[in-house]
Design a protein around this ligand. Structure first.
Ligand code: SF4
Ligand code: SF4
Length: 344
């Protein structure tokens, strides 16, 4: 039997394989349509996108025509913090998605929890959109635990989207439990921790142990899609040989403070690509994406020494990372590894 997730009070029953639509920005229209329709045929019925993911909404609109639209759930989101901006984003999303309603409309990682009657007016805008039938449920996405907790306890949100993977710590698991207790649907982003987790079987087995959690896997290749569809037919379990050990190894290796690659610290005034520079050690060690010593990455890492320690990035990192220190450490590792690689 397929594994599904009941999404809080929304009434949505989603296939356990949710589809994160950020990566389809990187492929052409025809490839995106092929992957999205392949997901649909494979039983995936929950698709999460964002106004901020360039043409991702447009590709969803191309893939799902009228006959298919009613059989799936579409979630999107907006960064807008003014009523006018939010309304403009909502109308653009409806047009791009080629639909007249959005199942879950989410505030996208704002620095506050919108409420009815507050001065931003954006919650009231969504209430009105709900009355008009343009949206069906109101959700919130965040990378910050205090914001997420406030939203869950407010009783104003039907879903919460938050990073969650087998590297998550106790307070994240407590958040999932609060959602469950408050009947708020929990949508897990970064279930492969921004590419650091290559053990997809382990990630799936972990999610299976959290029945109230809907992971949205970021997929941009048919092979990735087939892998996740295969897990529904033959679900990985923790007891399987090597799964628990692989998870434990990752937890030990990536313990503590590590960069999730979310990019919220951008822009750096010195042009440093922090989300790569702060993770390069893991990409070298794990061979992801396999070309860590290419000219492109050498250029990225060569800029690290330009850091003037202004700490603008630190104030924007939702995980409170000491970024100047982190990129320095990763660069030292990288330069040594690069020297070794050149000798080969
Ligand atoms: S501290 Fe360094 S990495 Fe961070 S924004 Fe300033 S120059 Fe860029
Ligand atoms: S340093 Fe922080 S904000 Fe920047 S990409 Fe990493 S986790 Fe995200």
């Amino acid at each position: 039997m397929r594994m599904t997730v009941k999404l809080g009070s929304t009434g949505i029953v989603a296939d356990k394989n949710g589809f994160g639509c950020l990566p389809i920005q990187r492929v052409d229209d025809a490839t995106a349509v092929k992957i999205l329709r392949g997901a649909y045929e494979g039983g995936v019925n929950y698709y999460d996108t964002a106004r901020g993911y360039t043409d991702s909404e447009h590709k969803l609109g191309l893939a799902f025509d009228k006959g298919m639209r009613e059989k799936i759930f579409i979630a999107t989101k907006s960064h807008a913090s003014t009523a006018e901006g939010l309304l403009a984003d909502l109308n653009t999303s409806l047009r791009e998605l080629n639909t007249d309603y959005i199942d879950v409309y989410q505030f996208h990682n704002l620095s506050f929890v919108p409420r009815p009657g507050d001065e931003s007016g954006i919650y009231d805008t969504l209430l009105e959109a709900k009355r008009q039938g343009k949206i069906r449920h109101i959700g919130l996405t965040s990378h910050r635990l205090p914001i997420a907790l406030e939203a869950v306890e407010s009783g104003l949100y039907e879903t919460l989207q938050f990073p969650f993977s087998y590297l998550s710590v106790g307070q994240d698991i407590a958040l999932v439990e609060r959602c469950y207790a408050n009947n708020v649907g929990f949508v897990a982003m970064k279930s492969l921790s921004g590419g650091l987790i290559s053990n997809a079987r382990g990630a799936w087995a972990f999610m299976a142990e959290h029945p109230g959690v809907l992971p949205i896997w970021g997929i941009q290749r048919m092979e990735e899609l087939e892998e996740f569809l295969g897990y529904q037919k033959n679900p990985p379990v923790m007891e399987e040989e090597g799964i628990r050990a692989g998870i434990e190894r990752d937890r030990k290796e990536l313990d503590g403070e590590f960069c999730r690659g979310c990019g919220y610290c951008k822009p750096c005034p010195m042009g440093i690509d922090i989300s790569w520079a702060a993770r390069i050690e893991w990409f070298v060690k794990r061979g992801v994406p396999g070309h860590a010593f290419s000219e492109e990455f050498q250029n990225i890492m060569s800029k690290v020494s330009d850091c003037v320690e202004c700490r603008q990035c630190v104030s924007r990192c939702p995980y409170g990372l000491d970024i100047p220190e982190l990129i320095k450490r990763h660069n030292a590792f990288y330069q040594e590894a690069l020297a070794g690689y050149r000798k080969l």
